[in-house]
Each structure stands twice: as structure tokens, then as C-alpha cells.
Design a protein around this ligand. Structure first.
Ligand SMILES: Nc1nc2c(c(=O)[nH]1)N[C@H]1C(S)=C(S)[C@@H](COP(=O)(O)OP(=O)(O)OC[C@H]3O[C@@H](n4cnc5c(=O)[nH]c(N)nc54)[C@H](O)[C@@H]3O)O[C@H]1N2
Ligand SMILES: Nc1nc2c(c(=O)[nH]1)N[C@H]1C(S)=C(S)[C@@H](COP(=O)(O)OP(=O)(O)OC[C@H]3O[C@@H](n4cnc5c(=O)[nH]c(N)nc54)[C@H](O)[C@@H]3O)O[C@H]1N2
Ligand code: SF4
Ligand SMILES: [Mo]
Length: 683
């Protein structure tokens, strides 16, 4: 049979690259980057290239399994779904619907359908407790921008003259935007690039590098604003017309002189002045914050907010190369009813709702307490889909303890992950290559209003099923057919596409490469905040007891906030810097990737390593107040001395043995994963 090329998109990280999938005799033989795709423009990372290896991995789950006396036994789909329906009903009868939690991992963010089915199921079942990676990633930025602008404008740095990147190593984590930045520098559009990162990442070679102390980004930006406002470099006309609270901001930032900020951040005062002036004097300009490296701090929400404020006072809103509000695609709505408030609402009310806008999620950091301490009430069941929280949530040991204590746990997965191992029933899900769906996340993460049909490339492996079918199977057995009426994949896609104005036929045959669903417009626009203006000062935050204008807050453990502890744990620890070979805990079983990156490596400056008798390639221990791991040292002069940086997602040398579950950011409840304290030694 001849070879076919099927156009689709990869959802194994937020980049959502377009792919050309080569299929021969029903088998995926090769994947290439799709040149006509406006997001990735033909780029593909090593994981994308390894998709054929990944999809046919030896470890793929082939059929449903049930744990009997601690051992896995193969069961039929009917038996699995019957048992699940029965157990879920038992939980509901005994503890009420809220006794069940539904968790969607990163695949639920990248793959809208997956989170959408989970949302519908929880609605019909009646539990408020939908939990997601958004409890520690990305929603902080959405909230901060919404609270400032009343909407969610997004950066498009490839059209900017000046760009400041905060804590994002795009060569590893965001190739789609990274390659556009390099191109804009080459063609002269982008004249000034500033990288703010404790590590001299490759992109820093192209511009100015500010090597700050982890956890002090908000202070640094307050320092920029001190200069921009103090030297009258802000956009007066824009501020007057569109912003409220400027005078209070002006007073507030006076205290953050470059000299004060140098002491907090390690960044020289003259560099702070220089970068502030460059940003204000080179319009259009854009701040580009890291995806989670800014969020996962005690002050993460305020860090996201101060970026919005700096973007606004320099007038870089809704102009090409600034932050731009784009129309989001409207897709079929999976909500079914108003649902009561999930765990975490009392502690972090704005994370759940403000101005009548409600987020679907509870705060996952409180899940273990609900299970183990029955606070605020018992959670006894868990459905986990598209994530591996036993490894990726902070304080893995406590998360696993909570999972073991559940009455019943189901995991839908491609592989027997650390999380799946703890389940009572594991359901084999098929990968995105084995089912069709709607590719759409480009707008939200890439500022490009584009959509395509994510086409089925091969038949499902073994007995694996697409997620929609798995949810429908459980729902139908519980009497929820009315809300899960779909019989085929086509019906599901039609449901999603209906409000969008696009049709399946259009995306399938006319535009298999995808199409723009709307035009990007650079209009001054309306700001849907209570004041109708951009809120530099937020009454909403003030009313809820938070800082209406961001201030510098030290990490909960740091040389400054806990000097005594710092004597015992004298090295700053950052976790989770991305590597090109892996997404979170995935792909560890793919031979070609394993060959490229066989083991986790702790990056550390040679002087810092030397101080503790550690040489490059030595096994070393890293210990926090929470736990200890052993990991191989990779010495590098690129990282600022006094810091150690480790990856996440590894079962051996699991970084989440070292992290804490305590919600730290008062607004969002996010925990700290980037600026911790540890001690290191030769193992
Ligand atoms: N210490 C530390 N921990 C971190 C971070 C950090 O920086 N430091 N980062 C955090 C962040 S930002 C995030 S987003 C989380 C991510 O955490 P997770 O979402 O738990 O990460 P993954 O390992 O990507 O898990 C996705 C799982 O979905 C499965 N899967 C793939 N495709 C499908 C499908 O189509 N259907 C189903 N049902 N399953 C599928 C994969 O096999 C995989 O096991 O990790 C967080 N954890
Ligand atoms: N290859 C790959 N790509 C991914 C993922 C993946 O797992 N693998 N995951 C996706 C997901 S869900 C997410 S959330 C994103 C994460 O993406 P980002 O949060 O943008 O993280 P990275 O690009 O890894 O960049 C982290 C950088 O931040 C620096 N850093 C550490 N602490 C601080 C700090 O306090 N301040 C500043 N300014 N810098 C700091 C580190 O030195 C490192 O260079 O990546 C996405 N893309
Ligand atoms: S960067 Fe790699 S894993 Fe992420 S979407 Fe693109 S090809 Fe897939
Ligand atoms: Mo993330």
C-alpha cells in the first residue's frame, strides 16, 4: 500500500506543533514538522520526532486491568466499566457526590476534550471537586491578566522591538515562540532582547542577561517601574485614557530604587536602569513570562500582575508586538449545571471566582488533606486522567499516601505510571494519534487564532479506547446517557465545533492543514473590569485582603526570610527546568530519547559544587526539610553560584520528594517549586 501523509497536531506539550504523519500499511512510520502550520512553521522537537517509537512502545497498556490482592489481573471492558459504575455509586451513596475527585493532568490542558469530558462527568455526578494542573500552572497568569485588563491579552514577541523574557528557556520548552524570536532578531524587527534567568540559557547569548536570584522577579519589575515612572518614561496619554490607580502606583514604586532592588535580586542597579529605559523607549515592547517558573512562587500571582502593570503603563496593549486580545474560539460547552464550591474555595476564593466569573477547578494542594484528615470533608474516590500526579504533584510521598488511603481509584492511561500503579482499575486510553479531535490551543498560548482537526492517524493499540468513549461508557452505566449521547467520534467533534462557526467537513477536506477561525485585530478595545479601565490598583484584591499593588515578598524559605535555616540549608534549589527530550514524567521508555538523556542531572556551578567536594559526574545528595534524593551532578558555569537546578518527572531522583504541598501563594494557593532551600553533599 502506498504511503499517506496525514496532517495533524501534536498535543504532547503546550506548543501544539503541526505535524505531517507518514502512514504506511496502517502503521505510523515517520513524523515531520508541518511547514504550513503558522504556529510551528515546520519545527519539531525530539519528542515529536520520536512519536512513532512512543506510540508503539512496549509498555503501552493493552487492556483494562483490576488489582486483586495486590496483583494486576486482565479484565474485560464491560467488567471494568460495571465495577467502576458500581463503586462510584457506592461512594456517592455513602459520602455524597463530593466524596469523589476527578483529576486531569497536563493532557487535559493541551487536549481540550479530555478536560471537557471530565468536567461534564463531574457535573452530572454532582461533585464540585474537579482538580487539575491549573492548580499549580498557568491559571495564575490568566487570573492576573483578567484582574488587570478584564480579559486575557497575550504576547506576540515576534512583532516587538524590545522583549524581556522572564524564566523561560524556549529552546527547551517553547520552540514555537523561540524560533520566531530568533527569526525576528535575524531580520532586525527585534532589536533588544533581555533574558532574566539565574542561568545563562542559550537565548541569553543573543542579548542582555540579568542573572537574578530565584524568587525575586516581582522585585526586579518593581525596580523597572521605579525607573520608568521616576524618569517620566511611561506612556502618559495611554495611562490617562485607559488606566486607573496610576498615582497610587507612582507612590508605591518610589521605595524600590535600583540600589534597593540590587540588594534583593543580585542584579546590578545600572543594569536595572538600562533595561527599564530600553523597554520604555523601544515600542512596541513585550514582557514574556515563563509558563510556570513565574507562577510557582509565594508571590507568583503578584509577579504575573506586575508584568501586566508594566505592560500597561508603557502603552504596550493591543498594538502589534505588545500584548494583544485575540478572539478565542467558541466550542461546545460541557458544563451541565451550577456546581457547589470545590475544596480550596474558602482558602483561595478568587482562584474559584471573581466578578461572577467562575473557574471549573478546586485547589489540588488540598486533596491529600481531604483524603487523609477528612478536612473539610472526606474524599474517598478518585478518577485520574491525562496526568501522573503521584510523581508530578509536590510532596509525592503524601500524595501517594493519600492515593493508597482511597476507597477506590481509577486511572485512564497509556502506560503503567507511578499513579496507575496505585489504582484499583486501570483503563487503557489511546493516544492522540489514535483518535480525532479539535486542535485549538494555539490562540491561548501562541496568540494565533488558528484551529485544525486533529486527525486520527492509526487504529487504537490493543483494546485501548479514546477518552470520550471511556467517559461515555462509565456515564451510561450510571444512567447519565442524556448527557453523554455521542455514539461516534464524528458526533463528538460536531458537538465541539458547533458554536465555532467551523464545520468538520471544512477542517477535514478543505483545510486539513488548519485555518484561522478569526482575524487578529489591534483595536484599543474595551476593558471589562469593574472600573472599565486597566486596573493598576485592584479594589478586588484589596477587598479580599490582598495587596492591591504588588510588592516584593521573600520566598517562604530564603537567605533573607529564614537566615537561621539558610545556615543549615545554604543552597537555593529550583526544580522543573524543562529538557527537550521529555514532557514532565512522559517518554522515559522511548529508546531514542533515553539515549539522548539517560538520567536526571542536577546543574550546579563548579565553585558551589567544589565547596561541598562535588565534581562533575559525581553522585550527590540534595536534601530539603522535606526529603532527600540522590542525583548526578552536572557542573556548569552557566548557572549562578549558590543555586542547584534539577529536572522534574523522574521516578528516580524525584524532585517532588523535596517539595512541599503547603499552598503558599495566598491568592491562588500555588505552592513553591522554584525558590527553595537545600543542602548538597557528595553521595
Ligand atoms: N517539582 C516540580 N514538579 C512539577 C513541575 C515543576 O516545575 N517542578 N511542573 C508542574 C507543571 S507546570 C505541570 S503542568 C505538571 C504536569 O504534570 P502531569 O500532568 O502529571 O504530567 P505528565 O507526566 O505529562 O502526565 C500526563 C499523562 O497523561 C498520559 N496521557 C497521554 N496522552 C493521553 C491521552 O490521550 N489520554 C489519557 N487518558 N492519558 C494520556 C501520559 O501517558 C502521562 O502519564 O507537573 C508539575 N510538577
Ligand atoms: N520540553 C518540554 N517542554 C515543555 C514542558 C515539558 O515538560 N518539556 N512542559 C510544558 C509546561 S506544562 C510548562 S508549565 C512549561 C514550563 O515552562 P517555563 O516555566 O517557561 O520553564 P522553562 O522553559 O523550563 O524555563 C525555566 C527557566 O527559569 C529559570 N528560573 C528558575 N527559577 C527562576 C526564577 O525564580 N525567576 C526567573 N526569572 N527564572 C527562573 C530556570 O533557570 C530556567 O532557565 O513548559 C512547557 N513545555
Ligand atoms: S514541542 Fe514537541 S512535544 Fe511539544 S507539541 Fe511540538 S512536537 Fe509535540
Ligand atoms: Mo505546566
Amino acid at each position: 500500500m502506498a504511503q499517506k501523509i496525514i496532517k495533524s497536531d501534536c498535543i504532547l506539550c503546550i506548543n501544539s506543533c503541526g505535524i505531517d504523519a507518514y502512514v504506511k500499511d496502517g502503521k505510523l512510520v515517520k513524523v515531520e514538522g508541518m511547514k504550513e502550520h503558522p504556529i510551528s512553521e515546520g519545527a519539531l522537537c525530539p519528542r515529536g520526532e520520536a512519536l512513532p517509537e512512543w506510540v508503539y512502545s512496549k509498555g503501552r497498556l493493552q487492556h483494562p486491568m483490576q488489582k486483586v490482592d495486590g496483583k494486576w489481573e486482565r479484565i474485560s471492558w464491560d467488567d471494568a466499566l460495571d465495577t467502576i459504575a458500581e463503586k462510584l455509586q457506592e461512594i456517592k451513596d455513602k459520602y455524597g457526590a463530593r466524596g469523589l475527585a476527578v483529576y486531569t493532568g497536563s493532557l487535559g490542558t493541551e487536549n481540550i476534550e479530555l478536560a471537557a469530558y471530565a468536567q461534564r462527568f463531574r457535573g452530572v455526578y454532582g461533585t464540585p471537586n474537579l482538580l487539575s494542573v491549573e492548580g499549580n500552572c498557568f491559571r495564575s497568569r490568566i487570573m492576573a491578566r483578567q484582574m488587570t485588563f478584564g480579559g486575557y491579552p497575550i504576547e506576540e514577541p515576534w512583532n516587538s522591538k524590545c522583549v524581556i523574557v522572564y524564566g523561560q528557556n524556549m529552546d527547551n520548552s517553547r520552540i514555537t515562540v523561540g524560533s520566531k524570536i530568533y527569526k525576528a532578531m535575524d531580520d532586525g524587527t527585534l532589536e533588544h532582547l533581555i533574558i532574566i534567568d539565574p542561568k545563562r540559557i542559550p537565548m541569553a547569548e543573543k542579548g542582555i542577561h540579568l542573572q537574578l536570584r530565584p524568587g525575586t522577579d516581582t522585585a526586579l519589575t518593581l525596580g523597572f517601574l521605579n525607573v520608568i515612572i521616576g524618569e517620566d518614561l511611561y506612556d502618559k496619554e495611554f495611562v490617562e485614557k485607559s488606566c486607573m490607580g496610576f498615582n497610587r502606583l507612582k507612590e508605591h514604586v518610589k521605595q524600590y530604587t535600583p540600589e534597593t532592588i540590587e540588594e534583593i535580586t543580585w542584579v546590578p542597579a545600572d543594569d536595572i536602569r538600562k533595561v527599564a529605559r530600553l523597554f520604555a523607549q523601544n515600542t512596541p515592547a513585550s514582557l514574556v513570562p515563563g509558563t510556570c517558573s513565574i507562577d510557582q512562587h509565594i508571590n507568583g500571582f503578584q509577579g504575573n500582575r506586575i508584568h501586566a502593570i508594566m505592560q500597561a503603563v508603557t502603552g504596550n496593549i493591543n498594538i502589534p508586538g505588545g500584548w494583544v486580545s485575540i478572539p478565542f474560539i467558541r466550542l461546545g460547552d460541557m458544563r451541565v449545571t451550577e456546581i457547589s464550591d470545590p475544596i480550596g474555595t474558602k482558602e483561595h476564593p478568587l482562584f474559584r471566582r471573581f466578578w461572577g466569573r467562575t473557574s471549573p477547578y478546586g485547589q489540588q494542594m488540598l486533596f491529600a488533606d481531604a483524603v487523609l484528615k477528612e478536612e473539610p470533608y472526606p474524599i474517598k474516590g478518585l478518577i485520574c486522567t491525562g496526568g501522573n500526579p503521584a510523581l508530578t504533584l509536590p510532596d509525592s510521598e503524601r500524595i501517594k499516601e493519600a492515593m493508597r488511603a482511597l476507597d477506590f481509584m481509577v486511572v485512564s492511561e497509556l502506560f503503567m505510571t507511578e499513579t496507575a500503579e496505585l489504582a484499583d482499575i486501570v483503563l487503557p486510553a489511546c493516544s492522540f494519534l489514535e483518535k480525532s479531535g479539535v486542535g485549538y490551543v494555539y490562540g491561548v498560548t501562541n496568540c494565533i487564532p488558528y484551529a485544525m482537526l486533529r486527525k486520527k492517524v492509526i487504529e487504537p493499540i490493543g483494546e485501548s479506547r479514546p477518552d470520550w468513549k471511556i467517559w461515555t461508557g462509565i456515564a451510561n452505566r450510571m444512567g447519565y446517557q442524556e448527557h453523554f449521547p455521542w455514539k461516534t467520534e464524528e458526533e463528538v467533534i460536531d458537538f465541539f465545533l458547533k458554536p465555532s462557526g467551523l464545520t468538520r467537513e471544512q477542517l477535514d477536506t478543505e483545510h486539513p492543514e488548519g485555518m484561522y477561525y478569526a482575524e487578529k485585530q489591534y483595536k484599543p478595545g474595551k476593558f471589562y473590569t469593574p472600573s472599565g479601565k486597566i486596573e493598576l490598583y485592584s479594589e478586588t484584591l484589596a477587598e479580599n485582603g490582598y495587596d492591591p499593588i504588588p510588592k516584593h515578598v521573600e520566598p517562604s524559605k530564603s537567605p533573607v526570610s529564614t537566615p537561621e535555616l539558610f545556615k543549615k540549608y545554604p543552597v537555593i534549589l529550583s526544580t522543573g527546568a524543562r529538557v527537550p527530550e521529555y514532557t514532565h514524567s512522559q517518554f522515559r521508555g522511548v529508546p531514542s530519547l533515553k539515549k539522548m538523556a539517560p538520567e536526571p542531572l542536577a546543574e550546579i556551578h563548579p565553585d558551589t559544587a567544589g565547596k561541598y567536594g562535588i565534581s562533575d559526574g559525581d553522585m550527590m545528595t540534595i536534601e530539603t526539610t522535606k526529603g532527600q534524593i540522590e542525583i548526578k551532578a552536572l557542573t556548569t558555569e552557566a548557572l549562578h553560584p549558590g543555586i542547584v537546578s534539577i529536572p522534574h518527572g523522574w521516578a528516580k531522583a524525584n524532585s517532588n520528594v523535596l517539595t512541599e504541598l503547603e499552598p503558599r501563594d495566598p491568592v491562588t494557593g500555588y505552592t513553591e517549586m522554584k525558590a527553595l532551600l537545600c543542602r548538597v553533599a557528595k553521595a
